[in-house]
Design a protein around this ligand. Structure first.
Ligand code: CP
Length: 305
C-alpha cells in the first residue's frame, strides 16, 4: 500500500521520482498521462477549509482521466461524530484512494490504518507534505536544481515548516528555520532531526538569518486552529515579516515562496508577494502537477512516467 503521509517516511529516491514526474507532466501539459487514471476515483475528505488542495486534486484527477468526490465534515456524518476508522473502511469500498485534510495527525494515521486504499495527507496540524513537494518542484524549476540552494523559513514553526525541514533532510538542502523561541517547530520533530546524520538544518531566533538566502519562505502567522491567540501571535511575529528590507538582505537572485492563502501586510507585504522575486503563483500551479505525480505514485504507475 503506497500511502503518502509524510516526507520523512519516504526516501530521497522516491521523492525525486515524484518531483521529476511532476516536472515532466507540467512540460507535457498532462497529455502523456491523459488516461492513466481512467476508472479510478479519489475521495477528498476535508475537516478544514481549502481552496488549492481541493481544486488541484480535483483538476489532477480529471486531467488524468479519473474522478474525485469531496466529503466535507460539515455536510457528512464525519461532522456528526462518525469515526475516522469507520469512514476509512466505508470509503475504501467506493474509491481507489483517499485524501484527508484534518487537525490531529493521529486521525490521518487512523485513516491509513483502517483504509484498504492509499491515503494522502492533505494537511494536518503536524505537516503538509503535498505543499512542500510543490515548493520543491518550484525551486527546482526555477533554479534548475535543489542543490546548494539556501532556504530560510521566517515565522511560525508550523506544519508547513515541519514538512520543509523533513524535505531539507531528505535532499541535503541547507535550511535555517528562523522563529521566535516560543514558536519553534515541535519538540518531537527536533528530536527526530537530532537523530538524522549529516543534515544542514539550523535554527535561529534572529530574522537576520535571511542574509544570503536563495529561497525565502513565509506562511500565515495564524494557522487554522490558532485563532484564539491571534493578537499575541501577530505581535510576537512582527519582526519576522518578509518585506522589501528583509528581501534586500537575501541573495540578489533570491525567490519568495508562500503556500497561500497570504495575509498581506502581516507575514508578507504586497511589494514582496506581487514583486519580481515572488514565485507564489507558480508554486500554487505546481500543486496540481505534483498531485498528479503523487497520485500516479500511489497507484504504482510512476515507474512508467
Ligand atoms: N496551501 C494550501 O494548502 O492551500 P489551501 O488551504 O487553499 O488548500
Amino acid at each position: 500500500m503506497r500511502h503518502f503521509l509524510d516526507l520523512d517516511l519516504l526516501n530521497a529516491e522516491t521523492l525525486g521520482l515524484i518531483l521529476n514526474a511532476a516536472l515532466k507532466e507540467k512540460r507535457e501539459r498532462g497529455f502523456s498521462k491523459a488516461s492513466a487514471l481512467a476508472g479510478k476515483s479519489l475521495a477528498l475528505v476535508f475537516e478544514k477549509n481549502s481552496t488549492r488542495t481541493r481544486i488541484s486534486f480535483q483538476a489532477a484527477m480529471q486531467q488524468l482521466g479519473g474522478q474525485s468526490f469531496v466529503l466535507d465534515a460539515g455536510t457528512s456524518q464525519l461532522g456528526r461524530g462518525e469515526t475516522i476508522a469507520d469512514t476509512a473502511r466505508v470509503l475504501s469500498r467506493y474509491v481507489d484512494a483517499i485524501m484527508l485534510r484534518t487537525d490531529e495527525h493521529d486521525k490521518l494515521e487512523d485513516m491509513a490504518r483502517f483504509a484498504s486504499v492509499p491515503v494522502i495527507n492533505g494537511l494536518t496540524d503536524k505537516s503538509h507534505p503535498c505543499q512542500i513537494m510543490a515548493d520543491l518542484m518550484t525551486v527546482q524549476e526555477h533554479f534548475g536544481s535543489l542543490k546548494d540552494r539556501r532556504v530560510v523559513w521566517l515565522g511560525d514553526g508550523n506544519n508547513v515548516a515541519v514538512s520543509w525541514v523533513q524535505a531539507a533532510v531528505a535532499f541535503g538542502i541547507p535550511m535555517t528555520v528562523s522563529t521566535p523561541a516560543s514558536m519553534q517547530i515541535p519538540q518531537e520533530v527536533q528530536d527526530w532531526l537530532a537523530n538524522q546524520g549529516g543534515h544542514q538544518v539550523s535554527f535561529s531566533e534572529d530574522p537576520g538569518a535571511v542574509a544570503g538566502a536563495d529561497v525565502v519562505i513565509a506562511d500565515t502567522w495564524v494557522s487554522m486552529g490558532d485563532e484564539a491567540d491571534a493578537e499575541q501571535r501577530l505581535a510576537t511575529l512582527a519582526p519576522y515579516q518578509v518585506n522589501e528590507a528583509c528581501m534586500s538582505k537575501a541573495s540578489a537572485s533570491a525567490v519568495f515562496l508562500h503556500c497561500l492563502p497570504a495575509h498581506r501586510g502581516e507575514e508578507v507585504t504586497d511589494g514582496v508577494i506581487d514583486g519580481p522575486q515572488s514565485l507564489v503563483f507558480d508554486e500554487a500551479e505546481n500543486r496540481m502537477h505534483i498531485q498528479k505525480a503523487i497520485l500516479l505514485w500511489c497507484f504504482g504507475l510512476l515507474d512508467e512516467a
